[in-house]
Write a protein that binds this ligand. Sequence first.
Ligand code: F6P
Length: 361
Amino acid sequence: MHIGILTGGGDAPGLNAVIRAVVKTAIGRYEWQVPGIEDGFDGLIERAFRALRPMALQDVRGILPQGGTILGAANRGNPFARQVIRDGQKVIEDSSGLVLDRLRVAGIEALVVVGGDGTLRIAQELYEKGCLVVGVPKTIDNDLGGTDVTFGFDTALNTATSAIDKLHTTAESHHRVMVVEVMGRDAGWIALHSGIAGGADVILIPEIPFKWQVVAEAVKARSKSGAKFSIIVAAEGARPADGEQIFSHAGDGVATVARLGGIGNAVAQRLEAMTGMETRCTVLGHLQRGGGPTPFDRLLATRYGAAAVRLAAEGKFGHMVALQGQEITAVPIAEAIRIPKRVNPEGEKVRMARDMGVCFG
Ligand code: F6P
């Protein structure tokens, strides 16, 4: 069998660990060929067969601890809705037929698609058109359904938590309020977990719209009680109850998506005005996607990669590997992308943090 592999969407620590596990298992256990596809679906459409790279064992040697992806990734490559220029006009075109043709001509019989909800949505549509796909859940946001955890999340969480630890010491020295903006799109997982692990005083997440007055009161109350500094973790998708999410770039809703960003600075400015306390904002941004994966992510990504090849061997296409409890299992991709995984505002972690005095606004 020729089993192709591509990494789609934004990168996440652990992608190389998945690629390594797929290549080693497919070659070592099944004696299959593994063509790698560079730059996701975009690569296949724009560079055709030049985007294909036969993967051998020596190609994946030493990549387990490396961040990024040796295959490259593209955040804009939805073959079902590609922006192209026709007669000088921007138009949206369906190039999925081209993808299927190229896979067929290249002799790729099955495809491991490593991605978040956007990429797996594409994988599902290709599956419905006859492409034999298996999915691997990737995203630092941890917002995919069907699995307890996506790989990349633990590393992002570590990065965010160690940033909060560092901000704590300088916040305390200067008696300041420090706002940290973390990623996560419409899910508050990174903010909630890093906020709890880093001992934040206020955690703002998209699932719980916040009230300015409540946040300001919490910061003032801390100050009155003798703690002259506060740490606020704001998810990029957090929004005030009387306002909207903040975007740094607008998308066109078809070929490009709007980019969240700016809530951290907005919170810092407004709180400084409301409390009179000196406030600073740090936006962690893509630091959360960079660097080598944690041991947890290396292990998870390796288990996912090997399990994806096993799924293909069993003919279980249209499925995504998943972690449920301690077990690696498989769920239909359609089910995984149906309902995004969000923080439960009434759940145990939020309740526990509230009980310990954390303000959610
Ligand atoms: O989905 C992962 C993620 O890092 C989000 O947390 C963030 O909103 C987005 O991607 C940023 O995308 P880009 O790399 O296109 O700026």
